[in-house]
Each structure stands twice: as C-alpha cells, then as structure tokens.
Design a protein. Structure first.
Length: 388
C-alpha cells in the first residue's frame, strides 16, 4: 500500500499561538477545579455595552442580514470605519479603501499576504505579538527581529516594516517624534509599513498613539492599517476587524478575501457599526478601569525583589523583566528561563502568565491586566508570597 502523501510543510512549521495555549491550559485547570488566575489572554472582562448588543438584536430581525453581502464589508460599517480612521489616525480614506475582516487577526494575515513576496524580509521590532512571525512565514516572508535600529537590520531584501503602538506585549507607546522618524525612514526607503492600531484608543497619562500616517501623511501610499473593535469595546468574540490601505493593495486583499471567507457575519458587522458611531461613554469607562488596574499591577509587582516593571502607557499589558528571579531556588525549583519560571508560577501559585519566549527573548513575563480587580490583586499577592 502506497504511503499517504505528507501534510503541508508550511503549516507544519507554524507554531500554535502561545498566548492562546497558556490561556487554554489555565481554563482547563479551572475546569478541573483548581483556582487558577490567568493573566494570559488579552481579553477585557467587561460585557459588550448594551447599545451594541441591542443593535445586533435589531439586525437579527432584518432578513437582509440573512443573505450574502459584499465580501469587503457592509457599506454602513465601511463608512463608519472611514470616519474613525480620519478621527483617530488622521487619514482620510474612501470606504472602498477598507476591508472588514473576521477580527484583527485576519486583517494581519491578509496584510502580509498582500505585500510580502517569497523571500522578502520583514522588519519585526521585538518583543512582538506572537502571531506576527507566523503570519509572515505563511506569506513566504522572512521575519527579521529588530531590537534597536531598523537601519542596521535593513538589506536589499527588506520590503516591509511592522509598526505597533501601543505595543503588545509591552504596552509601550512611541512618542510623536519617534513615530515621525520611523515613518520618514520607511518612506525614504520605499518600504511598506503594516501598522497594527488595535490598541490606539487605550492610552494613559495623557499619552496619544499618533498614527504613522498622521505623522508622515506621504506614507499613506505604502501603509496598511489594521484595527478592530475587540479591545476598545470588549467585543473579542464578535470577530470584527478591518484593514485600510491604498486602493491597489486593498483590491488584492479583497480578491483574497472573496475566496477565503466572503463577508463577515452581518449581525456582528451591524454591532460594530453601532460601536463606532454610538456613544463612547462605556468605552471610556473601560479605559479608565484599565488605567486603575495598570497602576495597581505596576505598583504591586514592583514590590517583588528581582522584578523590574516598566510603566506601560498603552494597551492592557505589563512586561516585567524577571531576570532577577532566574537562577534562584523557589519552592525547590531553580528556573533558568522565563519559560521555566512561568511553569513554576502556574504549578506553585496557580497563576498563568505568558513567558517572554513567546514574544522574543527570554527573561520577561507578559501579564494582561484586563481581568477583574479582585482577581488581579489576588494573583499578584500569590506571586509576592511565592517570591518572598
């Protein structure tokens, strides 16, 4: 009997999402009765605002939403996204320059598929969200990790730069001057920019996440913006994102989506349109709660000897340096990497965190503070007791 043909080598090389893997393990332990507190998933604990849910309920009663609609998205939503892009990113675009996707993650995937050719090098500032290098590989590109100085990493094969502000996993926000300098550099070298703006509305202490196309308007012809409603409006499960860009690039991405998924769920699209055009009071209340939790987690983690915690100005993550905990014995175990440290924390403190290896170099942990106040404090207190 002839041996079965092999599975896809490309997909076999793709790693499972580290953040989702840790979160799934935490949930499995919770289901087994263990009181695990998880800081793994970047998911607000709030309910989606009622007016958004009401818009979805109303859409359910409209038979027009039971049919196929344009693969690029409902006109009403694309118009709302265009208005948001002008308001928050300083870029005026036509609705035809927008594609609605199944969450921001599909937008990221399609963006790389649109501008990366086999062998192209993509500059990826580290630490980075765990999905970026896999999405680059799926486009047959080569991710090039950049820790400082994109110019030093650029070669004649460099065609794309990933720009993320606020950052996942660090919560860092580029200053307007830094954003301008990076944008002008990309413009001068003819490099595409993929800018992930999913956290642009979650900023603190008066910071503003200036869009790279606002800082350097001439860059709009070689920039793809990806975004979505998940983080700002507590709509992670609704799966509505989008990509914005020049007409020729969006045409290619639209052709891909027409074969890949067709239109996004119409009910979710109607809900997203309500989120973008409706009152922003509850979204602001979410942001204020994240700000309170941010200050709490930074203050409490900083009490642990051996942990250094930069103060994030955006998103809802902290990314402490934990090298001071490595090489020391804790509960009979001596971890030498942040991966081993995360395993120790889960086993001994029943707290789930994501190790730095998921985002680049070892020596760090990512903790999301998008969970309830009581659980947030209890989990950090467990760490304080473990590392006392």
């Amino acid at each position: 009997m002839t041996e079965r043909a092999p599975l896809s080598r490309k997909l076999s090389a793709i790693a499972e999402s580290a953040t989702l893997k840790v979160d799934a393990k935490a949930k499995a332990l919770q289901a087994a009765g263990r009181p695990v507190i998880s800081y793994a998933a970047g998911e607000p604990d709030f309910a989606t605002p009622p007016f958004i849910v009401d818009a979805a309920a109303s859409a359910l009663r409209d038979p027009a939403n039971y049919r196929y609609t344009p693969a690029a998205g409902l006109p009403v939503l694309r118009e709302a996204i265009a208005a948001k892009t002008l308001r928050d990113s300083g870029l005026e675009v036509a609705p035809s320059q927008i594609i609605v996707t199944n969450g921001g993650k599909q937008a990221v995937y399609q963006a790389f598929q649109t501008v990366v050719n086999p062998g192209d090098e993509v500059l990826l500032p580290a630490p980075y969200w765990t999905t970026y290098p896999e999405a680059i590989a799926l486009a047959d590109g080569v991710p090039v990790e950049v820790f400082a100085g994109a110019e030093a990493a650029r070669t004649d094969r460099t065609t794309v730069l990933v720009f993320v502000s606020p950052s996942n996993p660090t919560g860092a926000v580029y200053t307007p001057e830094e954003t301008t300098a990076i944008g002008e550099w990309a413009l001068a070298h003819g490099i595409w920019v993929i800018t992930d703006e999913i956290y642009q509305n979650l900023v603190y202490e008066g910071a503003r996440a200036v869009s790279i196309v606002e800082a350097v308007p001439e860059l709009a012809g070689q920039t793809l913006l990806v975004n979505g409603v998940a983080k700002t409006y507590a709509m992670t499960g609704w799966r509505v994102g989008w990509m914005v860009g020049p007409a020729d690039a969006i045409k290619l991405a639209g052709n891909l989506q027409s074969h890949l998924s067709s239109n996004v769920n119409n009910i979710a699209q109607r809900a997203a349109a309500a989120a973008l055009t409706g009152p922003q009071d509850e979204a602001e209340a979410f942001r204020a709660a994240f700000d309170r939790r941010r200050r709490l987690i930074v203050g409490e983690l900083s009490k642990i000897d051996g942990v250094s915690v930069p103060t994030p100005l955006g998103a809802f993550y902290v990314y402490p340096d934990v090298t001071g905990l490595l090489g020391r014995e804790w509960a009979g175990v001596t971890p030498t990497t942040s991966l081993e440290l995360a395993d120790l924390i889960l086993e001994q403190a029943e707290v789930a965190v994501v190790p730095g290896e998921a985002f680049g170099p070892s020596g760090y942990l990512r903790l999301s503070y998008a969970l309830g106040d009581d659980a947030l404090l209890e989990g950090i207190q467990r760490l304080q007791r473990l590392f006392a």
